[in-house]
Design a protein around this ligand. Sequence first.
Ligand SMILES: [Zn+2]
Ligand SMILES: [Zn+2]
Ligand SMILES: [Zn+2]
Length: 325
Amino acid sequence: MKYSLVVNGIGHAFLREFGCSCGRCTQREHVANTSVSIIAADNKSNEVVWHALVDVGLGVVTSLCNLVKPEDARLDWLLFTHWHPDHSLELNRLCETLRRTARLRSQPFTPISTWCRNGTAQWLQKTYSYEWHRCLDPDRHEGCEPPGRVLDPVQTGTAGLKITPISVSHYTADIDPVNFKDRLFSSASFVVETDQKKAILFWDIDNTNDWIVNPASEEQEKTVALLSEADYVFIDCFNWTVENIRGYNTGHISFSTVRQYMKALQPRETLLMHISGHEEGLGNPGWGWLDGKWEQEAQKIWQEESVSGIVRVPRIGEEFPLFND
Ligand SMILES: [Zn+2]
Ligand SMILES: [Zn+2]
Ligand SMILES: [Zn+2]
C-alpha cells in the first residue's frame, strides 16, 4: 500500500478582482488552492483504492479530472476545515460529478462520508441544503472546543493512516450561523499520520492561536507535541505582513506569523498556501507577487533567521509521500 497527499484546486483562494493589475490577478496560469487529496493506492498497480478530499474550493473538480485517471476516480471521504465559500464553493459540482460518474458506471450513488465540526455543519446545511441532505453522509464533531485541542480521530477505517483534527481559531469563520454576533468555534486543522510520515494541514488559521508558541495548559502542550516536527506543514500565508485591515482581524496569518509558528513547531518542510498579497497595497512587499517570488522572499527569511527545514509554495498536482511498504 502507498499513501500520499496530492495538492489540487486551480482557483485562487481569493478570486481575481476586476481591474486589478497585480501579478496574481493578471496571470493566466492556475495556482494551487487550499485543497489536498489524501490517497491510498496499490503500490504495484497504482490503482487508487481510497481517496479523501480536504476542502472543496473553486476548481477542485477540474483539478481532480486532470490529475486522476478516469477509472481511478473515486471519493470515500470529505473533510472540511471550515465552511467559508473558498473551501466549499464547488460542493454542488463535486456531488453532481460523482452522481453522474456512478450512473456512467451503472453503480448506485453512495452518499459521501463527511467530517466537519458542528458549527461548520450548521453553515453547510444552510448554504448547501440540497447537497447536505441528498449527497453527504455527515459525521459531525459535536463539541465546540476552544482552539488548541486534539479532537477525536476521524473514523475513516483505513489501516495505517490516522487523521486527527485539531481545534484552531479562524476568527471570520468562528461565527454562530443564527446569531452572527455569537462566537462558535467551527474550524479545524488536520494531522495526517502514518508510521513513516506526518503532515499538518494548517489552514485557515488566524494570529490569535498563541497556544502554538506559548502552550498554556497540559492539553495545549499535548497538541503542540502532536503538531511538532512534522514532515510537511501546509500553512495559511495570506499576506506578507498585514493581518488587520481597518481595525478588523482578517482571520488569516501573514508570513510574519507563519515564521513564528514554524519556529515553534519545527517542521522539515513548510508549504505556503492561501496566498493573496492584495491587502498589502500597491507597491508594498507581497502585493502582486507570484508563487516564485513568495518562495524566494520566504527562503531569504528562513535563512536569515535560521528557521528549521525548508519553505516553499507547492504546485498543483504535486505529490507528497506519506507511506510506502
Ligand atoms: Zn490583484
Ligand atoms: Zn476561511
Ligand atoms: Zn480560505
